[in-house]
Design a binder for this molecule. Structure first.
Ligand code: FAD
Length: 307
């Protein structure tokens, strides 16, 4: 039951200041967010791609308060895309973005986020890659789907994320599967109320399977975002039943979590994409990783005590 408490803390400024300043935090954070700058992340990109993995890159940050921060987010992604171009890895590395970091929650946020994210999507397309719009809390999703639809008019490869814990998601999946979209399905990482979301793990998992079936049988490109061994096995079976070849869907996992499984799936001939986050504003991302697994929190607390 610690998960919801940690998720509440992930939105607290006081906790952000406290945890960000803790002496050992950085060393624990590195497991999930292996760099703060483009220069630090380039060797990671090179190492993972050399091992046969593909990547989706997240410049961490969310919940901004000023439009200049949204422009800074845009520019950070543009610098990263320049480096990926230099590395000639446009066919292996795509981007994941959170629209809140592009201004979605500010005044006229929908238009602002669209204006700021479009140049990133354009730059990605120019080097042969694409962008996936991450799913944040449920209040942001109508705007995210509208921006996704708008971007797809010019850049049909633009992807989006759906979360199996939300009641709405099965209907979203049907719409997206029918119009041929790239869709990453995840369980969901935010604290959501019982009016909109399943609260029990077994309900979330069952919904995941139902939704995955819709995606696999549809016209789009399913991206299975999970570390759950049972769901990964079910995904393989559903893909087989739907007659999908290995390049007609992909697996995605987070950097630092079940890394052996990344390599095992890649060695089996699957497309395996590692979601790799970097940057300085890591607090929200890090706290969601702690909330997903109590053992992570114990490790974090132990490392502080033993310092
Ligand atoms: P779980 O049942 O939570 O975990 C299965 C097993 O995986 C666990 O038993 C454990 O062994 C391992 N595991 C899972 N999480 C951790 C962890 N933090 N630390 C250590 N081991 C762990 N959520 C969103 O709401 N929006 C997004 O846009 C989004 N994008 C994502 C992109 C990718 C590529 C992935 C993999 C996840 C993303 N998530 C996103 C997070 C997702 O919603 C889940 O919170 C997260 O993936 C944990 O769920 P699970 O499917 O791995 O299953």
């Amino acid at each position: 039951m610690l998960g919801p408490v940690i998720l509440a803390a992930s939105r607290s400024d006081r906790m952000r200041r406290l945890i960000s300043a803790a002496p050992v935090t950085k060393q624990v954070v590195d497991r999930f967010i292996p760099g703060e700058t483009v220069d630090e992340i380039v060797p990671i990109i090179q190492d993972l791609t050399a091992k046969g993995l593909e990547l989706t890159m997240d410049v961490v940050g969310e919940d901004i308060t000023r439009p200049e921060q949204a422009e800074a987010a845009r520019d950070a992604y543009l610098r990263l895309i320049d480096r990926i171009k230099e590395l000639e890895l446009g066919d292996r590395v795509e981007m994941s973005v959170k629209l809140s970091m592009f201004g979605q929650a500010l005044e006229d946020g929908h238009e602002l986020a669209l204006k700021n994210v479009r140049p990133v999507v354009e730059a990605a397309a120019a080097i042969g890659t694409t962008v996936t719009l991450d799913a944040e809390d449920h209040t942001t999703l109508d705007s995210m789907f509208a921006i996704h639809e708008e971007l797809r008019k010019d850049f049909p490869q633009t992807g989006c994320v759906i979360q199996s814990y939300l009641f709405r998601t099965e209907a979203d999946a049907r719409r997206l599967a029918a119009n041929g979209s790239r869709v990453r399905l995840v369980k969901g990482a935010y604290k959501e109320p019982a009016e909109v979301a399943y609260q029990q793990k077994h309900e979330i998992d069952k919904a995941y399977v139902r939704i995955l079936k819709v995606l696999m049988e549809g016209e789009g490109y399913p991206m299975i975002g999970s570390h759950d061994p049972r769901l990964i096995a079910i995904a393989q079976e559903l893909a087989r039943r739907a007659g999908r070849k290995h390049d007609e869907y992909e697996f995605q996992m987070l950097y630092g979590i079940r890394s052996d499984e990344h390599l095992r799936l890649a060695a089996e001939g699957h497309r395996m994409r590692v979601y790799t986050a970097y940057g300085t504003d890591w607090y929200g991302y890090f706290m969601r990783r702690l909330a997903e697994k109590p053992a992570n929190l114990r490790f974090f607390l132990r490392s502080m005590v033993s310092k």
